[in-house]
Design a protein around this ligand. Structure first.
Ligand code: ATP
Length: 292
């Protein structure tokens, strides 16, 4: 089969707690209108990366369109990076927070986002590699990762689930933790309640956590939120309050190794990983083509 004009739509059926039939139908209609063949992969929540890699290796898709949240975008990015085919990735924001779509100023209206993804040209974006895993947006160790862990374990998706998990997590979180960061030939150490690794500037709610973030400068930022600043951190993460740089330390670099005294929760792009006391980070400069 000639697949030269074929597009792969990856749909996450559970992201953002919304049904995706309408999105699929709209993409089918828009693709038909511009005479593109469409193949659809619906994520299963298991073995998706392997399935996607097989599909991408077997076919010659000219574009990958992701309908889901940051976790689904990360899935598509990881698969494309692994096969070393520079397939452009378009985004239909159909997640809960849609951090990456907000970061890229993509239309949040589904119809507009579909047209944007189908018609526009891609730009190269850096990918942060955290312990060998791709991070497209914002990842962190500490209190926010603990919140996400408890949110993942609850059965309530969406913003409400996240909010409901906040209070018990904050009460139970053993803070602060001791960190040692090797970056730019220096050692930084101290106590923190959260250390974030960000390529992007803002969380999905629009809160700017990393004003220096640039998606294609070959660098990422390490943001150290010191202890005793819990109200400041929550204000930053939950509200659209610009960060107060006096309360956090920012290290701009292209690689770093972080050790913590005790294991702490790690989250990558809103997906809980596991507890760890070692994080190795590097940047894959302009490795992925995103349509924005
Ligand atoms: N069919 C499925 N059943 C259950 N879980 C799934 C399925 N498909 C994907 N998942 C899970 O969905 C998660 C990714 O969701 P995603 O991050 O895209 O949406 P979200 O969390 O609602 O939005 P956001 O990240 O923008 O807040 C992954 O943990 C993945 O394992």
């Amino acid at each position: 089969m000639n697949t030269a004009h074929k597009i792969l739509l990856v749909v996450n059926p559970i992201s953002g707690n919304t049904k995706k039939e309408n999105i699929i139908e709209q993409v089918q209609n828009e693709a038909k209108a511009i005479k593109k063949q469409l193949e659809i992969y619906t994520t299963k929540g298991k073995n998706d990366k392997d399935n996607l890699i097989k599909l991408l290796e077997k076919n010659h898709f000219e574009k990958l369109i992701i309908a889901g949240g940051d976790g689904t975008i990360k899935l598509g990015v990881s698969a494309v990076m692994e096969i070393h085919k520079n397939i452009p990735i378009g985004i239909i924001p159909a997640g809960s927070a849609n951090g990456m779509a907000v970061e890229l100023n993509l239309p949040l209206d589904i119809q507009k986002a579909i047209r944007h993804a189908l018609k526009n040209t891609p730009k190269p974006v850096d990918i942060v590699q955290i312990n060998g895993e791709a991070s497209i947006h914002i990842s962190d160790i500490g209190i926010n990762a603990a919140l996400i862990k408890n949110y993942d374990q609850s059965n309530i998706r969406g913003k409400l689930g996240y909010a409901l998990q906040s209070i018990p997590t904050l009460i139970n979180f053993k803070e602060p933790f001791h960190y040692k960061i090797n970056a730019n030939g220096k050692v930084f150490s101290g106590d923190a309640i959260m250390v974030a690794f960000a390529n992007a500037q803002k969380y999905g709610n629009g809160a700017v956590i990393n004003p220096q973030g640039k998606l294609n400068d070959g660098k990422f930022e390490i943001l150290i939120f010191k202890s005793l600043q819990i109200p400041k951190i929550l204000e930053t993460v939950f509200n659209e309050v610009p960060i107060d740089e006096e309360f956090i330390e920012i290290i701009k670099t292209n690689k770093a190794v972080i050790n913590t005294e005790n294991p702490v929760p790690l989250q990558i792009d809103g997906e809980y990983g596991r507890e760890t006391n070692f994080v190795e980070i590097s940047i894959a400069h302009k490795q992925v083509q995103i349509i924005y």
